[in-house]
Design a protein around this ligand. Structure first.
Ligand code: HEC
Length: 151
């Protein structure tokens, strides 16, 4: 029995070491996009700050990677969230969205905050500073509502 445990341990260790060689595509851009949110909307600096702290790691062209992102499978999971998150909503590219898509995204921002879906729970358990207070959620929702009225 003890022997099997030892084998299991070595196999798990081997898999862990092997996946460390999986390549990672980093989400890092040093170009300021012409479709950035700042070029399309008037965003109060407090609201912009909240987006940057709580949303930008998955919804922009730049992620601030923590040191443990160098470890697999963290890196793989993060990359997956970023790819999916950016596809849905990218604050650096939002200016290129059609009016219809913009409306839908602004509405979706409000509903995601109402339902406590965003920022993702698996993210906030580690990134405590990304957690939004009720007041901060209201600030973002007020901004989105006023932009919706203008569209
Ligand atoms: C850890 C990564 C991560 C963070 C941080 C994050 N999101 Fe997301 N977001 C995703 C992923 C992945 C999806 C797509 C899958 C889903 O809807 O669950 C998504 C989807 C969304 C959608 C849905 C788009 C649609 O068209 O329905 C909105 C809106 C959104 N996020 C807003 C936000 C806002 C606002 C914040 C910050 C307060 C935020 N997200 C923080 C990963 C993230």
């Amino acid at each position: 029995m003890k022997k099997y445990l030892k084998y299991t341990f070595y196999i798990v260790l081997l898999i862990f070491v092997a996946i460390q060689f999986m390549p990672t595509n980093y989400n890092l851009s040093d170009v300021v996009s012409e479709n950035d949110i700042s070029k399309k909307f008037d965003v109060p600096s407090e609201v912009q700050q909240l987006f940057e702290t709580s949303c930008y790691d998955c919804h922009s062209n730049n992620t601030q990677y923590p040191w443990y992102n160098k470890i697999q499978p963290v890196s793989y999971l993060m990359e997956d969230h970023i790819t999916e998150g950016k596809e849905e909503l990218n604050f650096n590219e939002i200016g290129s969205y059609s009016k219809r898509r913009l409306k839908s995204k602004l509405k979706s921002i409000i509903s995601q905050l109402d339902d406590d879906e965003m920022p993702m729970f698996s993210y906030t358990i580690i990134h405590r500073d990304a957690v939004l207070s009720e007041e901060e959620k209201e600030q973002i929702k007020d901004w989105a509502t006023s932009e919706l009225d203008k569209l």
